[in-house]
Design a protein around this ligand. Structure first.
Ligand SMILES: C[S@@+](CC[C@H](N)C(=O)[O-])C[C@H]1O[C@@H](n2cnc3c(N)ncnc32)[C@H](O)[C@@H]1O
Length: 229
């Protein structure tokens, strides 16, 4: 049985060769919808979720495949971040929306999910509706590297190590000091976490945005992808 982490890392090592294939398969995998002739966006039978999808611009391929965080790990990530009723949470690369939906359901907070794949956005909107949290949760079909999330007090991640490092300057320039960041499975390079915790087979990393981040953490890093053997 292949672990989610292994699956993600495999995607990393084959990333360059498979980028196009992964992008296409993500868009088609699990899709019961078909692109419309006019917009290129999936049709949906549910009018409640149609606007978010219909307005979504065509975006590039995802940087990482979709693998959901197990619910027990989601619950622990929110506990480690000490999410409370005053928080605003963003999940960058939100998949089926389970992290924002859980945060809104358990703590009554406003939460935003950002995902580049319109099919994930469609699923997340359906899941938010089922959970009865559409008044507090929104899902944006955006590239997280182009997104604005400066009003967040908690940010959650389940990406890849080099994507976390690439995102680091954006996190440190946009987020206010004291904002909490929790990452499932992957660290953030030179930025040492305040806390690391194991939950089952998963690792959770936790950081707090400092008032004056050191220059080396704010600078963009050259991201090198391993070449597939
Ligand atoms: C490993 S999944 C994590 C899903 C969810 N956060 C969770 O923990 O269950 C990564 C998600 O990131 C999305 N993604 C990949 N590249 C992205 C990008 N550049 N901008 C926004 N979302 C992206 C994928 O579509 C996928 O849904």
């Amino acid at each position: 049985m292949i672990s989610p982490q292994t699956s993600l890392l495999q995607s990393l090592s084959h990333r360059l060769a498979l980028a196009t294939v992964i992008g296409l398969s993500l868009i088609s995998a699990g899709c019961s919808t078909t692109p419309t002739a006019t917009t290129g966006q999936p049709e949906t039978a549910d009018p409640a979720v149609a606007p978010a999808v219909a307005q979504a611009p065509a975006l590039r391929s995802p940087d990482v495949i979709y693998v959901p965080t197990p619910q027990a790990v989601v619950d622990r990530m929110l506990a480690i971040a000490k999410v409370n009723s005053k928080d605003k949470l963003y999940d960058l690369g939100s998949g089926d929306g389970r992290i924002p939906i859980t945060a809104a359901r358990k703590f009554g907070i406003r939460a935003t999910g950002i995902d580049i794949n319109p099919e994930r956005i469609r699923e997340a909107n359906i899941n938010a509706k089922k959970a009865g949290v559409t008044d507090r949760v929104r899902f944006l079909n955006q590239d997280l590297f182009q997104s604005k999330f400066s009003d967040a007090t908690v940010v959650t991640l389940y990406l890849l190590p080099e994507l976390n490092v690439k995102l680091r300057p954006q996190l440190l320039s946009q987020l206010k000091p004291g904002t909490r960041i929790v990452s499932h499975a992957f660290d953030m390079g030179d930025w040492k976490p305040d806390r690391i915790e194991q939950v089952g087979g998963s690792t959770i990393y936790f950081w707090t945005v400092p008032a004056n981040p050191p220059a080396n953490l704010r600078a963009s890093q050259v991201v090198r992808y391993p070449v597939a053997p």
